[in-house]
Every structure is written in C-alpha cells, then in structure tokens.
Design a protein around this ligand. Structure first.
Ligand code: KIV
Length: 272
C-alpha cells in the first residue's frame, strides 16, 4: 500500500486503554471549529475535546454555564467534519444531564446523532452516576471529569486547587473507582495535587487525563487557545504556552491595516 493510500488507523477507546497499559502518554486538546480541528488531527493529537470551555474562549462568557446543547452540537459538527484519526469527545453542557437520567440520555443521543462525535464527557462522580449508567446503557462511551469541575464553580466559589483536604481527596478516589467500575472509558482530573493525580491513575484501570494534575496521569489536556497564546490573561501555573498568537495575530492585522491605508495592498500581482 503506497503512503498516499495508507489507511488511517482511527483512535478508539480500545486504543486509549492500550496506551495506558503500554505506558504511552495520551495527548488531548480542545477544538471547537473545523480549521483548528483539522490542524490538531493532522498533528497527531489522539483526543480532541469539544469542551464547554467554548463558552469562555469562543463566546466570551465568564463561566462555562451559559453554553447550550444546540451550540455544543454546532461546534462538534464543525470538528467532526475535519477529523480523520482523532477520537472526538463532546462535553454535555450545564443543565443537560444533572439530576435527570432520561434528560441526560436524550442530550447524549442528540450529540451523537446530530454531530457524529465519538463520546461524551460529564462532570461529577456519585452525584451523577445514574445519568452516566443510562448513557452507557445506550452504547455511548462516557468520559468522567473530577477535581475542579467548572460547571460547579458557584458551589466551589473559586478556581483554586481541589481536594487538598483528606475528606475531599478520599471522595475523589472513591468517585474515580466508581466511574471505572461503572464503565467510563476515561476520566479528566482537573487541578488537583500531582500526588493525588498519580495515586488515582495508579489505582484505576482506565486512562486519566490531567489538566493541572501533575505528570503522573496517563495523559494531558489543555485548552488549545491557552497553549497557543490566543488567550492572554489566563495564567495558571499548570499552563505551558507554546506560542504568543495574540501578539502575532494583532501584529499581522496592524500590518494589513497599514498596507491598506498606504495603498500597498493589493499590489499589481494581487489583482486581475
Ligand atoms: O471544557 C474544557 O475545555 C474542559 C477541559 C478543561 C478539560 O473540560
């Protein structure tokens, strides 16, 4: 088979589980639109998360709470059109699954049916376990999310590190085990100590993906706009910025504006 016709081996939950067993770290990034998803898929990122962080970075809201199911589906559809290899997980938005397992199932089915995504992610442990079981019973892969769960920001009151107290750490370990036993294929661990991130990852059989949870998790996730430096005011300790696209894009836009004003653009070669 020539390189041009070589079949792309898609990432599945099975591949991710195998990566954990083999000790190969999993890379996950957020994507909300076609153009970015195409680049990240081609780059080889294993998991693309259509995160409800779209509420912040795409729509400019202060929290993830306002984004609606229809809007998540729109973002997911755009991402799916670009993807050839990555596994695409979509966040169930706030209000679409808590406290009502039938509503949770309907929301998850809408995402899978209308976007073609591969899995859904829900925030919480024991408190939402009935919703998770219901979604799993329909054959939909579920990813959990423990630690700092931004949809509960008004309960926490701050975005500081979670589970520093023994009681909350024990609850998080219990929740992680419960999600594993219930049949989730993976868990995001957000903003917890590196020690707890490692402990949880070693205890459970499914992959953990950390964001501010230290190097001991089975993979890492970042919000792409943070990694690329498109956002500039968000500066948590866990974030590594690989570019300063805010500055680069602003400079390019100013350069274009100058060229237009001094009638340098379009030049002779840039017209018909
Ligand atoms: O919505 C999101 O981007 C997330 C990540 C921070 C894990 O849930």
């Amino acid at each position: 088979m020539s390189a041009a016709t070589k079949e792309v081996k898609r990432i599945t939950t099975h591949v991710l589980k195998n990566m954990k067993v083999q000790g190969e770290k999993i890379s996950m990034l957020t994507a909300y639109d076609y153009s970015m998803a195409r680049i990240l898929d081609e780059a080889g990122i294993e998991v693309l998360l259509v995160g409800d962080s779209a509420s912040n970075v795409m729509a400019g809201h202060e929290t993830t709470l306002p984004i609606k199911l229809d809007q998540m589906i729109y973002h997911a559809q755009s991402v799916i059109r670009a993807v050839k290899r990555s596994f695409v997980v979509v966040d169930l938005p706030f209000g679409s699954y808590q406290g009502n397992k039938m509503k949770a199932l309907e929301s998850a089915i809408r995402i899978m049916k209308e976007s073609g995504a591969h899995a859904v992610k829900l925030e919480g442990g024991e408190d939402i376990i009935e919703s998770i079981k219901k979604i799993l019973s329909a054959g939909i892969p579920v990813m959990g999310h423990l630690g700092l769960t931004p949809q509960s920001i008004y309960k926490f009151g701050t975005y500081t590190v979670r589970a520093k107290e023994e009681e909350e750490a024990s609850r998080l370990i219990r929740d992680a085990n419960l999600l594993d036993e219930t049949g989730c294929f993976g868990i995001v661990l957000e903003k917890i100590s590196a020690k707890l991130g490692k402990e949880v990852s070693e205890q459970i059989s499914i992959p953990t993906i950390g964001i501010g949870a230290g190097p001991g998790t089975d993979g890492q996730v970042l919000v792409t706009h943070d990694l690329l430096g498109i956002t500039k005011d968000f500066k948590p300790r866990f974030l590594r910025r690989y570019l300063d696209l805010y500055g680069t894009i602003k400079h390019a836009a100013q350069q274009y504006m100058l060229d237009v004003k001094r009638q340098d653009f379009p030049n002779e070669k840039e017209q018909y």
